[in-house]
Design a binder for this molecule. Structure first.
Ligand SMILES: Cc1cc2nc3c(=O)[nH]c(=O)nc-3n(C[C@H](O)[C@H](O)[C@H](O)COP(=O)(O)OP(=O)(O)OC[C@H]3O[C@@H](n4cnc5c(N)ncnc54)[C@H](O)[C@@H]3O)c2cc1C
Length: 404
């Protein structure tokens, strides 16, 4: 936490969350990572009562919606702290993809949708998933999509093939992006978001996709899904027909602040492990690893990079707070690729300093190395964000880049 951004109310909750993580979470993480997630989940659910007592339950929710009412800058700093453990966000019901889905339902859900889908999510009784990407089409250009939802009387019938629907295993429902208006001339008005309970006939979780050898399960997994004539009431449409991309865009802005600050938490944890190892590992008689200048370079460069990343994200959060998401869109693109690369570099250096131990499952690092690589791909790959930033900069130099 940076003193300048630390409000009094944040400091109090921050101290309680930190104490909770130190007492209840850090000592158990490696054991949990070696267990099937379903077994871990029952332990985590018991701990959630203690987590909630810190005052950070649903930390990102406004007071108006029954949350603690923190500003985005305050939430960001709590998000970093929770991000220092792979289980932090889950314990406080702040985990992706539920947090984003909760924000969508709060803003666009009908009273009936809120009662059925949102309320249990807010209490942490259910989980959800977000189903947009398809194996057959480039996810970085999602206007091309094969999944359709056809209106038949009072129902939509969904057909399609999705993958990387994170946390689909055990989720109560998916928010599905599907083409409802194929004839629209504007391709960004062709898709809609529809709520699909996972127990609807035709919803098939084909598999949890192995990521670098680990398929995971439950919240901690990425599902491949077939939608085969999934028939849901027309009242499960979120927003209006054709609103899918507009709603998706809204979901991504604050969502990227949440992701980036979690990544900074991960970076801090990997950095801490690296420094402990550098200080404690004897490399030759009486000489510790941290006395080697190349290791000092890792430490200095990564310290500077994490500090810079944090300030960039907090600055972007302030920008969103003060001027809105649209005004901050370039800042949002910039932090997305910058912080994801800082994260990857810190984890890689920490693995390197640990030597063979770094690639085993005896520390958190191998888990991070595997699970956090996706940060440079999801929510827009690096290249897409860099292209949009560079295009904007070049425009001010008189060059209109027409095709990225
Ligand atoms: C861990 C993880 C979790 C995910 N969770 C979800 C989820 O919950 N729900 C969901 O719907 N999806 C999810 N996704 C999918 C994610 O949104 C897509 O992977 C992403 O949009 C990229 O699409 P793609 O994989 O089809 O890659 P493609 O679109 O095929 O792109 C491949 C590569 O092309 C390059 N590229 C793309 N655009 C450009 C450009 N403009 N200029 C230059 N190069 C470019 C990039 O290097 C990119 O990685 C997840 C992905 C991962 C890895």
């Amino acid at each position: 936490m940076i003193a300048h951004f630390a409000t009094e109310r944040l400091q109090e909750v921050y101290a309680r969350v930190k104490a909770f993580l130190e007492a209840e979470v850090y000592p158990n993480e490696l054991r949990w990572l070696h267990m099937p997630f379903r077994e871990v989940e029952s332990e985590l659910r018991l701990l959630r009562t203690k987590a909630a007592a810190t005052g950070a339950w649903n930390a990102y929710l406004s007071a108006h919606h029954g949350g603690p009412g923190f500003s985005l800058v305050e939430v960001a700093q709590l998000g970093e702290l929770m991000g220092t453990s792979p289980f932090g966000h889950f314990l406080f019901n702040c985990q992706a993809p539920d947090a984003g889905n909760i924000e969508l339902l709060l803003q666009h859900g009908t009273p009936a949708q809120k009662a059925q889908f949102l309320e249990p999510l807010l209490k942490g009784d259910t989980r959800s998933c977000f189903s947009m990407t398809e194996p057959e089409y480039a996810g970085s250009n999602p206007v091309k999509m094969g999944t359709t939802a056809v209106r038949e009387g009072d129902y939509y019938v969904i057909d399609g093939h999705k993958w990387f629907t994170s946390s689909a295993d055990g989720a109560a429902f998916a928010i599905v992006m599907a083409i409802t208006n194929p004839g629209e001339t504007n391709p960004y008005r062709r898709a809609s978001m529809i709520l699909a309970p996972t127990d609807t006939p035709g919803f098939q979780l084909v598999r949890n996709i192995p990521v670098m050898g680990h398929a995971g399960e439950g919240w901690h997994s990425h599902g491949e899904i077939r939608y085969e004539k999934v028939r849901v009431p027309a009242g499960y449409l979120l927003g209006a027909e054709g609103d899918g991309f507009r709603l998706a865009q809204e979901r991504l802005g604050p969502g990227r602040i949440h992701h980036c600050m979690r990544w900074i938490g991960v970076s801090e944890r990997a950095f801490d492990l690296m420094c402990r190892r550098a200080a404690g590992r004897e490399i030759s008689d009486g000489v510790m690893l941290g006395e080697k200048q190349m290791v000092q370079d890792f430490i200095a460069e990564n310290r500077a990079a994490i500090n810079a990343a944090r300030l960039m994200v907090l600055h972007t959060a302030m920008h969103i707070q003060e001027k809105g998401q649209k005004s901050a869109s370039l800042d949002i693109s910039t932090i997305k690729f910058f912080v994801a690369n800082v994260l990857q570099r810190v984890i890689d250096c920490a693995v390197q300093v640990h030597g063979a131990l770094g690639v085993t499952d005896d520390t958190l690092l191998a888990y991070y190395y595997r699970e956090e690589r996706g940060a440079r791909i999801y929510d827009g790959p690096d290249e897409a964000h860099k292209a949009s930033l560079a295009r904007h900069i070049l425009k001010s130099y008189g060059l209109e880049v027409k095709n990225n």
